[in-house]
Design a protein around this ligand. Structure first.
Ligand code: COA
Ligand code: ZN
Length: 322
């Protein structure tokens, strides 16, 4: 397959938001900035830089303004921030973010645990935020994405019906939102469910920019990403080293690992635009930064192209390979 024939997929890095929000140790502001600047040069389509949540709810990202204002903005990379309410939107806009990533849950109980409000209150916040962000859009192109947590299952309620997810996506579309992420907050999704839900969303709203956001909590993250890819999803969130997790979802663990996802898509013949070796270099320094081992696999095993010399004993028995 020639380079030109390869289909493009867009990799969106969330380690510095989804990852650092749940780390037990505060990652110093300058180290966050240094990592983002390094990731900006690796070919990622988007980086979710931080979250303009209440610092009481998410103390690990209390430095949101300093990080957002401190990074270098590389042309071609979108710099997004998570926003739970109008106050967060105003803070994000004051830092010139490229994308406001609104967040609410598909399940009532996780919305209350995460955002201290019901789903209807979150929708009301969205309705107030969208015009504010859109007036900023007119001046300097701010995109609005809505992330729907627990879209594949809720750690409190269990099954979240597909009809409920579709009804919420419809509410977002009706508000004028053009980008939607479906998030598997605690790794409850399976590939069949992923195919069915994304197929239904893309059939109903073919022009919506849809992102798949998977956590690997039960080892199904890459299988779910492959399933989403099969039905036409081309935007994927992922986290360097496989960091990540919602502090308000019991049992939450890391996102699908960015370098593992890039490695999988590239080996399948897709064009991620990402330089895997640069990602692996950044991932290699991550354990020291967060103070613990990280779950990424390709960093440990090397890419599938890695080859080892035949052991001397085998060479002696059968001769050197041709
Ligand atoms: N940024 C900064 N401060 C904020 C804020 C924001 N976006 N929203 C509220 N606050 C402050 C208020 O000013 C108030 O401060 P005070 O106690 O000093 O007066 C305090 O936070 C509580 O405000 P209130 O409106 O009562 O919010 P709440 O306690 O009901 O919390 C949220 C609601 C949405 C602000 C909070 O739950 C939150 O930030 N959640 C985000 C969770 C998240 O990011 N999860 C991970 C991603 S999935
Ligand atoms: Zn997440």
């Amino acid at each position: 397959m020639s380079q030109a024939d390869r289909q493009r997929v867009f990799i969106q890095e969330v380690a510095v938001r989804d990852g650092f929000q749940i780390e037990p140790r505060f990652v110093p502001t300058e180290q966050k900035i240094a990592l983002i600047d390094r990731l900006s040069c690796s070919g990622l389509a988007k980086i979710e830089v931080t979250s303009f949540s209440s610092p009481k709810a998410i103390p690990m990202l209390a430095d949101a303004e300093s990080v957002m204002r401190g990074i270098q903005r590389v042309p071609g990379v979108e710099y997004a921030a998570l926003v739970p309410n109008l106050r967060g939107c105003e803070r994000a806009l004051s830092c010139n973010v490229d994308e406001i990533n609104l967040v609410m849950s598909a399940s009532e109980s996780h919305n209350r645990a995460n955002l201290s409000m019901g789903c209807d209150d979150s929708l009301a916040q969205f309705a107030r935020i969208v015009p504010v962000a859109q007036s900023a859009v007119a001046q300097r192109r701010v995109a609005i994405n809505a992330s729907l947590s627990t879209a594949f299952g809720c750690p409190f309620e269990g099954v979240v019906p597909q009809a409920r997810v579709l009804a919420l996506v419809r509410r977002f579309v009706d508000l004028g939102i053009t980008r939607v992420s479906l998030c598997d907050t605690t790794g409850m999704a399976n590939p069949t469910q992923v195919e069915q839900l994304f197929y239904a969303v893309l059939r109903e709203w073919p022009r919506l920019q849809v992102t798949a956001h998977f956590h690997n909590t039960r080892g199904m993250g890459l299988a779910n990403a492959a399933a989403a890819l099969r039905v036409g999803v081309r935007h994927f969130d992922a986290s360097l080293g496989g960091l990540g997790g919602c502090p308000f979802a019991p049992g939450a663990t890391g996102n699908v690992c960015t370098e593992d996802l890039v490695h999988m898509f590239e080996s399948m013949g897709f064009d991620t635009g990402v330089d895997l070796s640069k990602l692996l270099d950044a991932a290699a320094d991550l354990s020291a930064l967060v103070g613990h081992d990280v779950p990424g696999q390709v960093l440990k095993a090397g890419p599938w192209t890695r080859r080892y010399p035949l052991p001397e004993s085998a060479v002696a028995r059968v001769g050197a390979p041709a």
